[in-house]
Design a protein around this ligand. Sequence first.
Ligand code: FAD
Length: 365
Amino acid sequence: MIKYDFIIIGGGIIGMTTARELAVRGASVALIEKNTLGKEASWAAGGILSSMRPWSENSASAELSEHGKSYYPHFIKSLTDEVGIDPEYVKSGLVIIEAKHVNDINYWARSKCIKVIGKIENLSADITLPDQAVLLPEIAQIRPPRLLVALRESLKKMSVSLYENTTINKFVMNAGRCEQVEYKGGKLSADSVIITAGAWSKLVLGDKCVDMNIKPIHGQMICVKPIESVLRTIILDGGHYLIPRQDGHVLIGSTVEDIGFDKKTTLTAQLELQSWAVSVWPKLKNATLVKHWSGLRPSTDTEKPFIGLVPNFKNLYFNTGHFRKGILQGPSSALLLADMFSGDFSFMEIDEFSLRRQINAAEIA
Ligand SMILES: Cc1cc2nc3c(=O)[nH]c(=O)nc-3n(C[C@H](O)[C@H](O)[C@H](O)COP(=O)(O)OP(=O)(O)OC[C@H]3O[C@@H](n4cnc5c(N)ncnc54)[C@H](O)[C@@H]3O)c2cc1C
């Protein structure tokens, strides 16, 4: 039986960045994915490197998001230098047109010393913005499918063992330790096992962690090609957004549907997204529909991810539950967990994301 320092279960952005961060530090790592790496929520994401509502994010999650924003340029440079694949990190800025939150946004931005531009001109010849729109010029975007391909290449270069099309069907436990994991055709063991299975994390753990509440929240997105694309900046309006890509495509997102493990795309959602987009940018009426897809975001009750030890276990961990911010927070969450294993000081307290602490807080409340 092969023994690793770490076995990681689930190969989306969280599992891949966690595997890379540990491998960089010299650990032997196996990454186990039930299908193909990077094809679920992480592939479906828009790649906005900002929270959807940064002005009302809970403080621990906001700290992780802020770290994500400042860490991304370094993370992308090291990945691009290593594998030569450009994930299209672009500082395109973000315009928030949600007028009812303008005061909150301005207050939040001032408290964080973030530059805000209230009056926006020349965004595009034919987009009319409300008077109170706010521009956050520092916000960047990434193209998740390209990022995931780059991460896969990096993991191969770092000799991370990639087990695709592999489903774990048994954890062999002894005195609170996960001694080995078994899949059809083999078994593996490791000093530590980390669950990074996104919306499926609760299913992976089964009755080993009844307290963890993670559920799938369905998000649909469409990609269109306008006749002429003059949009350069992301536009955010409540849960809806337009993301202009460098090649002229525009993503229109997204729905938020609590319908279980169902990934179907619907005409109703497509029409709703198109109708909102045309209300913001009328010329999109004639845009060609290129693609329509969906993904399952891993959502938690506390709007914070769970990062750290699974309660009552000694070597079973998770890094999961990033909901709408997994692309933004993924590299930083991986860093935080890897720092914990190395015994290094990190950029914030990992305990903020401990499930035990979140359960205790809920009980006291
Ligand atoms: C439409 C949409 C738009 C989004 N836009 C953004 C955005 O702009 N910015 C942002 O930061 N975030 C965004 N998100 C959120 C982001 O995509 C998620 O937070 C992130 O992808 C979660 O990553 P993950 O690795 O935890 O999950 P996933 O990418 O879902 O990966 C989990 C993996 O675990 C695997 N798995 C499951 N069960 C098992 C098992 N038993 N054994 C082995 N493997 C298993 C799955 O096959 C999957 O590959 C968006 C999400 C959606 C759906």
